[in-house]
Design a protein around this ligand. Structure first.
Ligand code: HEC
Ligand code: HEC
Length: 354
């Protein structure tokens, strides 16, 4: 594992040079740089996982082929957290795959042998009994991000979605079968042959997984072109009157007012704050709890904050646009909440600037 620290360091040290000289002759270094930039935040700098699944575990390496890796990177898992990377060039994807493979010393991969055509209806019953507890009803996947407070950061947590179009387009039947026959040692996914299922059961499960359609209308958070980073309203009144109306609007929306403060409060001596720049903090605690269960990172953006400030002679009322958060997290359950949050913010800002 020392070597990959070195790899990363080397990639950084050579960065300026690489920018001009990157070529297929230096694929490993190039892949390391791409990995650090696009993947490490979620999959860990040594591939041990975090928000994303572990990629360096021998059990993972031995049970997925390069086609699966390539397609997974290209297509992502729409509606889940794993983003798609449509803009990477093919040679960049190849470099990433080679970099991921260096963790196993580029061992050749042999998937489990192909099975017989299975019975999907029987597979569905087996799935309910053996798999749904982790992979969710109909394979919609575990919820959350893989980051929970109760487990070490390097433990894989969240079972991936199996009904996901990105997964189904990337994984061959043999790849699915391999996961079931061998399991993924070091993760909660255990071998079902060893747990007593028969070869026939496994064929039926593969048939069921293959037939999963994404019925839950999950979509990735494609951002409409006209969606700005902020929601902004212009008030006909001065700052103080606008803040007063904003407070009423917050309460009318059934949100708890947390505090009102000047933008520069705490940064300048008390009493000298700029009274033309005010932040109103509020929270809908029921909403907050629901959102945190879906993705703890939402906490970074809550409580809700609306800013009132004078700018070029106008009084502006502004908040972040929650639809942008939806796009950031690529999580369908969260999209729904972000849209709800968007409507609430718009109403509040509309009322305050009416
Ligand atoms: C105890 C929880 C648990 C159970 C039960 C379980 N899985 Fe998994 N499964 C996981 C986890 C976690 C992973 C990701 C493993 C990894 O990090 O490599 C996984 C991975 C997989 C994969 C590979 C998908 C991918 O994106 O990597 C398939 C296919 C799969 N499971 C199918 C099944 C089926 C079918 C069953 C029932 C027979 C089942 N699993 C039961 C937790 C579970
Ligand atoms: C924002 C976080 C995030 C980023 C960035 C990210 N991933 Fe993922 N990745 C995930 C999550 C979460 C999953 C599990 C999918 C699911 O939950 O259904 C995943 C799944 C995968 C899988 C399938 C693993 C398995 O067990 O079958 C591969 C391969 C993968 N990612 C590679 C990459 C690569 C390579 C990059 C960089 C180009 C990358 N990911 C960037 C979060 C991320």
């Amino acid at each position: 594992m020392k070597t990959c620290g070195f790899f990363t360091l080397a990639a950084f040290a050579l960065w300026p040079w690489l920018a001009v000289a990157a070529s297929p002759n230096h694929p490993a270094v190039d892949g390391a740089r791409l990995y650090v930039r696009y993947c490490a935040a979620c999959h860990g700098d040594r591939g041990l996982g975090g928000i994303g699944l572990p990629l360096s575990l021998p059990s993972f390496q031995a049970s997925v082929d390069d086609t699966y890796l390539r397609k997974t990177i290209r297509l992502g898992r729409p509606g889940r957290i794993m983003p798609a990377f449509p803009r990477l060039r093919d040679n960049q994807i190849d470099a990433l795959v080679r970099y991921i493979r260096h963790w196993s010393g580029n061992q050749p991969v042999k998937l489990a042998a192909a099975g017989k055509p299975g019975n999907a209806a029987r597979g569905a019953r087996l799935f309910t009994g053996h798999c749904a507890i982790c992979h969710g009803k109909n394979g919609i996947g575990g919820t959350g991000t893989g980051v929970t407070l109760s487990r070490p950061r390097n433990q894989p947590i969240m079972a991936p979605a199996l009904n996901n179009p990105g997964f189904l387009a990337s994984a061959s039947d043999r790849l699915v079968r391999t996961a079931l026959v061998r399991g993924r040692t070091g993760t909660p996914m255990r071998s079902f042959l060893k747990q007593g299922l028969s070869e026939r059961d496994i064929d039926d499960l593969v048939a069921y997984v293959r037939g999963l359609q994404d019925t839950s209308a999950l979509t990735s958070a494609a951002l409409p072109q006209n969606e700005g980073p902020d929601i902004v309203g212009v008030s006909p009144d001065g700052v103080a009157a606008t803040v007063a109306r904003l407070k009423e609007a917050v309460e009318a929306a059934n949100m708890r007012l947390i505090r009102v403060q000047y933008l520069d409060q705490g940064f300048v001596p008390a009493g000298t704050e700029n009274r033309q720049q005010v932040i109103v903090y509020s929270c809908d605690f029921g909403f907050l709890n629901t959102a945190l269960q879906i993705d703890p990172r939402v906490g970074l953006f809550l409580p809700c904050r609306v800013t009132v400030l004078q700018h070029h002679g106008k009084v502006l009322v502004m908040s972040v646009n929650p639809k942008r958060l939806g796009a950031l997290f690529n999580n369908a359950a969260l999209n729904h909440l972000c849209n709800q949050m968007y409507r609430t913010y718009r109403n509040i800002i509309g009322e305050a600037t009416f």
